[in-house]
Design a binder for this molecule. Structure first.
Ligand SMILES: [Zn+2]
Length: 50
């Protein structure tokens, strides 16, 4: 439990509510874009609802 990577400033961690997908980006807006791309590619049904 002491093996965690050093925390970078302004790093944004995102994860998917529908699978185990996680991502780290440098800004929140980039994370939103990443997440939307993931949803659209992997959960088209969810994407259509959003
Ligand atoms: Zn997902």
């Amino acid at each position: 439990m002491c093996n965690r990577p050093p925390r970078r400033r302004s790093a944004v961690t995102g994860r998917c509510d529908h699978c185990d997908w996680t991502a780290i980006t440098s800004s929140y807006s980039q994370m939103v874009k990443f997440y939307q791309d993931h949803i659209r590619a992997n959960h088209p049904r969810v994407w259509l609802r959003v």
